[in-house]
Structures are given as C-alpha cells and as structure tokens.
Design a protein around this ligand. Structure first.
Ligand SMILES: Nc1ncnc2c1ncn2[C@@H]1O[C@H](COP(=O)(O)O)[C@@H](O)[C@H]1OP(=O)(O)O
Ligand SMILES: [Mg+2]
Ligand SMILES: [Mg+2]
Ligand SMILES: [Mg+2]
Length: 402
C-alpha cells in the first residue's frame, strides 16, 4: 500500500517541476495472442505509442469493471445532478479516479495532463462527504481485486479528490493530453442501458490513440433491444458481452472482448461497412432526443433515402458499432446552445477514422480537438464511410435550407 502511495505522490510532486514531456520515441511491439481456437487478424507491428496504448486499455478495463459493479447495484442516493442537469454517479467519479491512477502509475515520472469530464467540487462540500467515502471504498475494492498487493485501502479520500482533479487540464494544440469521459451516456448507465468508458490521447492537437470500453455491448450482432435494455441483455448474455474498441493512429482499429485477461485477448481488425446505397444503410442516434434531435435525423434520412429505422444507442458505443460495420451512419444534432466536449468524441473519432470512416461536423469539416476542452461544430456530427458521408453532408445542407 505505502509503495503505491509513494509512487503516486512522487509522480505528482516531480511533475510540478518538469517542463514539457519528451516525445515518446520508444518502438513497441503489439503482441496479439489468440485465445484457443480464435484467429487474430493483427500482424505484429511497431507502434510509436504502443506502451501508451497498452496503458490506456488496462486503465479502461479497470474503470469498466468498477462501472459494471455499480450498475448492478445502482441506487438513487449514488446519483447527483450537476448544474447542467446531467446526472453524475459514484461510477463516473470512480472510473475517472481509476483511469487517472492507472495512467499516472504507468508513467510516474511526469504529471499526467488529462482533460476529463468530472471535477471534485461537489465532493469537497460537506454534503458530498458520504459520496466521497463511497467512491473511495469502491475504488479501493476494485484495486484490491485487480492488484492484491495494494491491500484493502490503497487510496485515501484526499487522494481520490486529487486524482479526480488531474482531469482539469485545458488541453490545447501542443504536447500530450489524455482525454477522458469516465462514463459516456450516464443517462444510459442510470437507465440500465448502454454506456462506455472513453479514453483518447492527444499528441500536438491530433488524436493518436483511442480506447472505448463498452461493458453492455454484445460482441456479435446488435439490435434495438440492446440499446433499450443493455444491462439486462448483458446480464443474460454471459461471456459474449463486453467489447473493447481501440485504435492507434496509422495502424487500424481493433475490437476485443472487454473482460479478457491482459495479454490474453484476441484482437480483431475492424472496418466500417462501406455501403454506398442509402437503402441498405442503418443509422444510429442517441436514445435521448434532448441530446440529439430525432426530427433532424429523420429529415436527413428522408432526404437521403434511408429506409431502415434508426438504431438508438447511448454513448460512444455508436462509434464502436459504426467501426465494426454493425450500422453505417451515426448522426448527432444537439440543441443549438449545447457545446460539445472533446471527451465525448475523441476516442470514437480515431477509432472510426482508423476503421476507414469519416467524422465531421454537418458542414463536412473534420473535427478539431486542438482548441481546448470544447469542439467548435457547425450544427452537429456526421460519421459514416466516405461515399455515404459525402451524401450525408449534402443532405444536411438541404435540410438546413428547407
Ligand atoms: N443537454 C444535453 N444535450 C446534448 N448532450 C448532452 C446533454 N447533456 C449531456 N449530454 C451528453 O450527451 C452524450 C450522450 O449522448 P447520447 O445520448 O448519444 O448517449 C454524453 O456525452 C452526455 O454527457 P455524459 O457524458 O454526461 O453522459
Ligand atoms: Mg456527464
Ligand atoms: Mg459524455
Ligand atoms: Mg460522462
């Protein structure tokens, strides 16, 4: 226990005195190891950010475990409403703590720069004390299971607060910044539907790594029932539920079982379904119409000639499904006053691009993650394989002009 605390504190203290992080130039070899009888489609290759990718996957797996435990025992007092009326649960905070802890431990010599959704303000108030204690207990129980050497009380409540606040980086166009949404789709999480743990890495303004942990997502075909009753389907689905999507810029996108032992997972290379004809395309959108206008996407579908009904899913699982060809289009049209955050798209963006798709705003401009914590967007987001994407951007212009 003490050793882990010293590493953590040492890492934080050293970091305050260090200048910009040196670029990582260590070559690293990805070693896919097939589970018995499972073919893998990943050639050994040298990855510039291979060590960081492994750390990101381990962090997302750890956080996903905490989320799964909490969703199974979710109760009303473990949920608070934020000023923007979106919910936050002990799992949002706990997942942010575990990702920060895990990434910081994998590189204790530099202070982590992380752009993450949650901050500790509510938990530092007297009214937040019991929630803080519950988060600390949860985080420690997941750590004790994953790392028995740490003992039962690896982190104190004060350390939990410090780890949450590592997520307060402004991001920006230079250097390295991790980008985290500890639970994307908290409404889906609370509603026992889909959600995802989303971690990206920005290097000099470009998203170079992305990992999505999707605890309730089946590894096989996905239908509407998985969007609306994801947790129940997951509980019934056993070992075939739980997906980990990942991508390294320039090296493709991959899917793996989420709950595989580290080093034993079988990764499969994934590609978008490059359908060109709208009649064969299925589009995805939010379950929540207050997050994305269902009437705008319906108008887009009519304009383009999409005939299949939408597949409604919470969170960035939609980017994962697009990347593995389960649907061909993802559209998101939030209310005009809503400002999109980089953590809601960074991981999914690089995974879709590496799977051969395009992710832009409604005017066709590629998303830019270099401008701080927010994205500047024209109307909304359109993600699809290239041919269909071009037609969608044209349709968006017509719908806007109508
Ligand atoms: N009022 C809102 N309008 C649009 N998006 C919102 C709003 N409130 C929260 N969100 C965010 O929308 C995303 C979920 O979209 P979807 O409906 O497709 O799952 C999440 O990032 C969610 O944040 P959070 O990360 O807190 O869940
Ligand atoms: Mg939120
Ligand atoms: Mg989110
Ligand atoms: Mg969130």
């Amino acid at each position: 226990m003490q050793a882990s605390l010293r590493i953590h504190r040492g890492g934080l203290m050293t970091a305050h005195t260090r200048a910009a992080r040196p670029a990582c130039v260590r070559p690293y070899v990805l070693r896919p190891q097939a589970a018995a009888g499972v073919a893998v489609d990943v050639p050994p290759q040298t990855l510039q950010y291979g060590k960081e990718l492994d750390s990101a996957k381990a962090a997302v797996r750890l956080a996903s475990k905490l989320c799964q435990i909490v969703q199974r025992q979710l109760s009303a007092e473990e949920r608070a409403d934020k000023k923007d009326d979106s919910p936050v649960t002990v799992a949002d905070y706990g997942a942010q703590v575990l990702v920060a802890w895990s990434l910081q431990r994998s590189d204790p010599s530099c202070r982590l720069s992380m752009v993450a959704e949650e901050d500790s303000a509510e938990l530092r108030r007297p009214a937040g004390r019991s929630m803080l204690e519950r988060i600390t207990q949860l985080v420690n129980s997941v750590l004790a299971e994953a790392e028995p050497g740490l003992g039962p009380a690896a982190l104190t409540p004060e350390e939990v607060l410090e780890l949450i606040d590592l997520g307060g980086s402004p991001g920006g166009p230079t250097g390295r910044h991790w980008v985290l949404d500890p639970i994307d789709g908290t409404r889906g999480f609370v509603g026992m539907r889909q959600y995802s743990v989303c971690l990206g890495m920005l290097q000099d303004g470009e998203v170079v790594l992305g990992v999505l942990g999707c605890p309730n997502l089946p590894q096989g075909p996905v239908g509407e029932e998985h969007g609306l009753a994801g947790a129940a389907q997951a509980a019934a689905g056993g070992a075939d539920v739980g997906c980990l999507f990942s991508a390294h810029r320039g090296h493709g996108a991959y899917a793996a079982p989420l709950w595989a032992e580290a080093g034993a997972e079988s990764e499969t290379r994934i590609r978008v379904d490059d359908v060109e004809e709208p009649a064969g395309a299925r589009f995805m959108e939010s379950v929540e119409s207050r997050h994305s206008s269902h009437s705008t996407t319906a108008a887009m579908a009519r304009e383009l000639g999409v005939v299949l009904p939408p597949l409604r899913m919470d969170s960035q699982v939609k980017y994962g499904l697009l990347s593995r060809g389960c649907a061909s289009i993802f559209m998101r049209f939030p209310p005009p006053t809503y400002k999109e955050k980089i953590w809601d798209h960074a991981a999914g963006f690089v995974i879709v691009e590496e799977a051969g798709g395009r992710v832009t705003d409604a005017a066709g401009t590629r998303l830019d993650f270099s401008a701080g914590r927010f994205l500047k967007l024209d109307r909304g987001i359109i993600a699809a394989p290239p041919a269909l994407h071009a037609r969608l951007v044209a349709a968006a212009a017509k719908v806007a002009a109508a």
